[in-house]
Design a protein around this ligand. Structure first.
Ligand SMILES: Nc1nc(=O)c2c([nH]1)NC[C@@H]1CN(c3ccc(C(=O)N[C@@H](CCC(=O)O)C(=O)O)cc3)CN21
Ligand SMILES: O=c1ccn([C@H]2C[C@H](O)[C@@H](COP(=O)(O)O)O2)c(=O)[nH]1
Length: 311
């Protein structure tokens, strides 16, 4: 069996045998396991995606393009996939969008020098980026007509540039976690941070996740970040290594157990990912028009397993 389905199904069985039944805010209990990690090799020739069940590749690519866009809302995303609809308001606004924090991380906007007594003053000796002078200032346009913009920090752009300058940096960390937002958001980020690490001639990606729905979310998350790693490698001209995932609360919703028990576990050879239709365009320039330009080749898979999603 290929390494992706094998790893995924072993974890599924492990959660079910070693996990404990737990309650949570959704009203549907889970079988949960604390502390789980695994790694998968990422290549375009054997691309990490589950094959024993069908994964909606188009929805997944759309979600990736949405992340990269940095959009704080789902008004464009929802034209292409419904997967985020349940967590937005009627106008398509979300309290927390991953890409918004990757591309537009809020930081105080002050003009140097700041003095004691200024509202943005830190402690003596501490530093925060002065957005006015930063190459990575990224203005989030809130209202074009009214020219309302929020100056923010572009973490992803910085990490990519840094990777080009100094691939051996051990500081290539991107976070979607914004503590004050997390205190009030309906859905603070689940996969909240990732770190890029170049070793042995390969670029690896370590994803940290606080909460993982093994049957619905994880199949998307593992493939989404494998795709991101390959897009980053293409951007900076490095070879891809591993996707490494560490999860705090790995769980299976109890209403997923029965559909999975009845599902086939037959797996197939992994497909190839063809990015050639992107030409020499940067990942930062991808739009929803590019969805069908990211193609899986030879994706053989089992049946789609319909599962209820706990909201
Ligand atoms: N309980 C829960 N699990 C999640 O995985 C999850 C959340 N909540 N909330 C926020 C996001 C939204 N995500 C989702 C939501 C729905 C699908 C979903 O319905 N997937 C179906 C079909 C997708 C499609 O029709 O294109 C699937 O079976 O893969 C996947 C990821 C992942 N996240
Ligand atoms: O990308 C995602 C997003 C969400 N999830 C899952 C993990 C949990 O089952 C829920 C979130 O509920 P919390 O109570 O906020 O933990 O969504 C996922 O697996 N992947």
């Amino acid at each position: 069996m290929n390494i992706v389905d094998k790893t995924y199904l072993e974890i599924l069985d492990r959660i079910l045998t070693e996990g404990t039944r737990e309650t949570n805010r959704t009203g549907t209990d889970t079988v949960s396991l604390f502390g789980l990690s695994y790694r998968l090799p990422v290549t375009t020739e054997a691309f990490p995606i589950l094959t024993h069940k069908k994964i909606q590749w188009r929805s997944l690519v759309t979600e990736m393009i949405w992340y990269l866009s940095g959009e704080p809302h789902i008004r464009n995303l929802q034209q292409h996939t419904k997967i985020w609809d349940a967590w937005s308001d009627a106008d398509g606004n979300l309290e927390t969008a991953y890409g918004r924090f990757w591309r537009y991380y809020p930081v105080p906007n002050y003009t140097a020098p700041i003095r004691r007594g200024d509202s943005n003053y830190l402690c003596d000796g501490e530093v925060l980026v002065n957005l006015d002078e930063s190459k990575y200032r990224h203005n989030l346009i809130v209202d074009e007509k009214e020219s309302i913009v929020i100056p923010c920090f572009d973490q992803l752009r910085w990490a990519i540039d840094e990777l080009k300058r100094n691939p051996r940096s051990r500081r290539l960390h991107i976070t979607a976690w914004y503590p004050p937002n997390a205190t009030v958001s309906r859905l603070p980020p689940c996969h909240h941070s990732f770190t890029l690490n170049y070793q042995g001639g390969k670029l690896n990606l370590h994803l940290q996740q606080r909460s993982s729905d093994h049957c619905v979310g994880n199949p998307f998350n593992l493939t989404c970040y494998s795709l991101l790693l390959l897009l980053i490698c293409r951007e900076v001209n490095l070879n891809p290594g591993d996707f490494y995932h560490s999860i705090t609360d790995a769980h299976i919703y109890v209403d997923h157990i029965e559909p999975y028990r009845n599902a086939s576990r037959e797996a197939y050879v992994l497909p190839q990912l063809d990015l050639s239709q992107l030409g020499d365009r940067s990942m930062f320039d991808l739009t929803y028009d590019d969805i069908d330009r990211l193609q899986l080749v030879n994706y053989q898979h089992g049946a789609f397993i319909k599962l209820p999603v706990a909201v």
